[in-house]
Write a protein that binds this ligand. Structure first.
Ligand code: NAI
Ligand code: MG
Length: 361
């Protein structure tokens, strides 16, 4: 009997629908190989939802997500909505989904695929062996703290607040330790403990939790130093765990190691099995409608879905190795194309990955 799974598919704006199509194709092919019966239901989110329903995150979309085993998201946003008021901005849907679904852990792996060192701006010898995972806290910290602007005698004054509860730190740190246990067993906890009180609490929690994971080697690193180390000796990192804003910035920096933003998947997880899977990149309005976007980030996000929501490591690896095989054959999309060679379209690349999967089975 095939295992039934419900997936909420939210294509979003710009290149979102194009890359999500390829990801769904790969999910269905993987389902055939590994015995799943997928029910994919489509929902509206972002700019498209603003146009139709005047709401970037309609209640029916949230309900669809809550009733699913996993959520696949494309990307939201575009110039058309840039001057909208805050409640009618596409990105509001992203914060809303994370908060409403309790997705506090954002996993962003950066892996270098064979042959892609040439697409990165760093030297190939620096990149050799890069395989790191940024675990970013996603529902706390300065993005969610109290914020306001007031008029004072010295002019306008703006305040943002950085707050963390011990329990918020503990749950993300524990998740990172568990992930490190299944990898190379090294954690770098990144903070700014020389100046920030919340970072000092962060460090204490990491030290306490680390006692439960004696097999994992822990290192504390200040965020400014980490920003340098990520590009000077990236292969030395395994798991990096950090708070919301530091994680946002460091994971974008780490993205540049892999050759293109079109290569980077992500997972956002909470307490239960429900997870949200999306490429790290945005809606790339400059490429939308041309069929040239790189679908790899979206496809690798579906591999993460098998790994983290369906606990099927074998299926996840099958997708990852299919992508690797297609890349090894020299196939490329425009953003990672080799000089002088022909690039595949978004759809052609997705087809190649499905073919490689069929040969795997
Ligand atoms: P972006 O990631 O959309 O694009 C940055 C650059 O990377 C562009 O040159 C684009 O062509 C290229 N690129 C992105 N994805 C690609 C892919 N799959 N294949 C090939 N090239 C790719 O970021 P940008 O330009 O800052 O933002 C565009 C819109 O996306 C904005 O409205 C922004 O708010 C939104 N956005 C949405 C995100 C999300 O939904 N999670 C995340 C980041 C931005
Ligand atoms: Mg970012």
């Amino acid at each position: 009997m095939a295992e039934k799974k419900r997936i909420a598919v939210l294509p979003g704006d710009g290149i979102g629908p194009e890359i999500v199509d390829e990801s769904v194709k790969v999910i269905k092919e993987t389902g055939k190989q590994f015995g799943y019966d997928f029910e994919c239901s489509f929902g509206m989110v972002g700019g498209g939802a603003i146009e139709r329903l005047k709401n970037p995150l309609p209640e029916e979309t949230l309900t669809l997500c809550r009733n699913s085993d996993a959520v696949l998201l494309g990307a939201v946003g575009g110039p058309r909505w840039d001057s909208n008021p805050p409640h009618l901005r596409p990105e509001k849907a992203l914060l809303g989904l994370r908060q409403e679904l309790g997705l506090f852990a954002n996993l962003r792996p950066a892996t270098l695929f064979p042959g892609l060192e040439k697409s990165s701006s760093l030297k190939p010898e620096v990149l050799e062996g890069v395989d790191l995972l940024v675990v970013r806290e996603l529902t706390g910290g300065i993005y969610f703290g109290e914020k306001y602007t007031e008029e004072t005698g010295e002019g306008a004054r703006a305040t943002d607040t950085l707050v963390y509860y011990e329990h918020e730190i503990e749950r993300i740190v524990r998740r990172a330790f568990r992930l490190a246990k299944g990898r190379r067993r090294r954690i770098t906890s990144v903070d700014k403990a020389n100046v920030l009180e919340s970072s000092r609490l962060w460090r204490r929690v990491v030290d306490r939790v680390s006692k439960d994971f004696p097999e994992v080697r822990v290192q504390h690193m200040l965020v400014d130093n980490c920003a340098m180390q990520i590009i000077s000796r990236p292969a030395d990192f395994d798991v990096i765990v950090t708070e919301n804003m530091f994680g946002d910035i460091l994971s974008d920096e780490a993205a540049m190691l892999t050759g293109s933003i079109g290569m980077l998947p992500s997972a956002s997880l909470g307490k239960g099995p429900l997870g949200l899977y999306e490429p790290v990149h945005g809606s790339a309005p400059d490429l939308a409608g041309q069929g040239v976007a790189n679908p790899i980030a979206a496809i690798l996000s579906s591999a993460m879905m098998f790994r983290h929501s369906f606990h099927d490591e074998e299926a996840a690896r099958a997708i990852e190795s299919a992508v690797k095989k297609v890349l090894s054959s020299g196939a490329r999309t425009t953003d990672i194309a080799l000089a002088g060679s022909l690039a595949l379209s978004t759809e052609e690349f997705g087809d190649r990955v499905c073919e490689a999967l069929r040969r795997y089975g």
